[in-house]
Design a protein around this ligand. Structure first.
Ligand code: SF4
Length: 491
């Protein structure tokens, strides 16, 4: 077998950014371990169909078992773009297999794909690659749809990319890595399938050091994102990161998530944050109200989170700090939410605030089942939320879902949505609403500067400029990779 991996991760929430995908690295590693060759085409919707055809011809040549592997973590509909290319490829190579992974949902509108991998696909992919029995995963025969409900953190290992010349990096790229897979917590609103994980395989600091070293010294890359859901769930993860940074000839700018209540409960971690100097951080605070936090299994009553934010500001003043708040939780109130927002804005404890109503989603796609639902979604009544109906279906992350209409002890879904919108409007001139990843993407292109206190007032113009800059970067990458295939053909 020989693999052409087509990846597209940039048509989700931020089409104007240019992060490199993480999944394709892991695919490449597993394919290589099995003794096969592969190469990655990033941002495939930026390739013309002719460029895709020419490249596939050069790569596969007379290969008897060609495989096109498509990875779309955020938008399955990107595969629609490939239809003429896949039709052409299927006519050209009779033994061609086309596989697709990255989503939780089977979209029957995606044509010319032979095998769909749903959910956490690496276990299924390994079994498929090694031609093992797939019966236990099968939910559809033609096309073959395989789903994995075995949420096993032993199988998924943390991804540390091996950076290679045929990926044509430039200094503007932003690369991801993981220290551990899974999260040991079990917040009631969270639908991450590897939550409540007891054991995690952790990355080795030497491999991580080499990844940073090679990325910078070969390609000039300084920007990274840590994909772990909770990098500070244990001190060990942070210690691994600090060890990896030691002795580098540059300081990586890293963005990631952090649990503020854990940081508050383990002041020792502030010393770690001082060393790591994250470029930006996202805290899923959800609520600054003790009672509401407890109800979702966060613990802000035990510690003073405001004080922790202040201390974090002192130890790492250049880190861009973002918090997310959920509007509508039991135990909360409009007054409590407004007071907390006023406090973090007035005391400049945060750089950005994102507010959203409590979302309880009901998928129209029954294929994935309970494992992909939060406890609140599975059993809202148990947590004191009464359901009164659902909204019209809407597409979220490629899935057709209904939003449940709920009533909590002080509000309901529609009022919470209206309040979130109102608060966003009221705070728009006082604090930004950027997510940490969006900040990292825009900052990496030198389009924003945290030291400008009002940069966010120009965001529409900044996003437009980012779109043209990132499109240029993607097109330059495509041109280099096409030349790489051309040289293969002419060799
Ligand atoms: S919300 Fe974050 S901390 Fe809570 S279970 Fe999910 S991944 Fe873990």
């Amino acid at each position: 077998m020989k693999f052409l991996i087509l990846s597209e991760n940039s048509n989700g929430s931020w089409p104007y950014l240019h992060f490199r995908g993480l999944g394709s690295f892991e695919l490449t590693r597993r394919i290589s371990d099995a003794g096969y060759k592969s190469t990655v085409l990033d941002w495939f919707t930026y390739w013309s169909i002719d460029e895709l055809k020419e490249s596939a011809e050069a790569w596969f040549g007379n290969e008897v078992e060609p495989v096109i592997a498509i990875s779309t973590p955020f938008n399955t509909k990107d595969v629609y773009y490939l239809e003429p290319f896949l039709l052409w490829a299927k006519a050209k190579w009779k033994n061609l297999t086309v596989i697709h992974g990255g989503g939780r949902v089977y979209d029957p509108g995606v044509k010319n794909v032979d095998v769909f991998f749903l959910g956490r696909s690496m276990q299924i992919f390994d079994d498929w690659l090694h031609r093992r029995d797939l019966t236990r995963y099968k939910v559809n025969d033609s096309p073959l749809v395989l789903k994995n409900l075995d949420f096993n953190q032993y199988i998924d290992v943390p991804v540390i990319p091996t950076v290679q010349d045929d990926d044509f990096y430039t200094k503007d790229d932003i690369l991801g890595f993981e220290i551990g897979v899974g999260c040991k917590f079990n917040c009631t609103f969270c639908n991450y399938e590897l939550r409540g994980a007891k054991i995690s395989k952790l990355a080795d600091s030497k491999s991580l050091h080499k990844f940073f070293y090679d990325s910078y010294n070969k390609y000039g890359i300084e920007n990274f994102f840590i994909a772990d859901d909770t990098p500070n769930e244990s001190d060990v993860k942070l210690e691994i990161l600090i060890e990896a940074l030691e002795g580098l000839n540059f300081h990586p700018k890293i963005t990631g998530f952090t649990r503020l209540d854990i940081l508050a409960g383990r002041p020792k971690q502030l010393e770690y944050y001082k060393k790591i100097k994250f470029d930006s951080l996202f805290f899923g605070v959800e609520s600054f109200n003790d009672k509401a936090s407890k109800g979702i299994r966060k613990k802000s009553d035990l510690f003073n989170v405001y004080d922790t934010l202040k201390k974090l500001r002192e130890v790492t003043p250049n880190t861009f700090l973002v918090a997310g708040l959920i509007i509508g939780l039991n135990g909360d109130s409009e007054k409590s939410i407004r007071d907390s927002i006023d406090r973090v804005v007035e005391e400049k404890l945060l750089d950005s605030l994102q507010m959203y109503p409590l979302l309880l989603l009901k998928s129209q796609n029954a294929i994935m089942g309970e494992g992909y639902m939060s406890e609140l979604e599975s059993n809202p009544e148990k947590f004191g939320y009464k359901l009164t109906g659902v909204t019209e279906p809407t597409v979220i992350s490629g899935d057709l879902v209904h939003k449940a209409q709920w009533v909590s002890d002080w509000t309901d879904y529609n009022s919470a949505e209206a309040l979130a919108d109102q608060l966003a409007k009221e705070t728009a001139k006082r604090i930004s609403n950027l997510n940490h990843m969006e900040y990292a993407g825009l900052r990496s292109l030198n389009l924003i500067d945290k030291s400008d206190p009002e940069f966010y007032l120009n965001l529409p113009m900044i996003r437009t400029r980012s779109f043209s800059k990132s499109t240029r970067l993607k097109k330059e990458y495509v041109a280099k990779k096409v030349n790489y295939f051309r040289s293969m053909k002419n060799a």
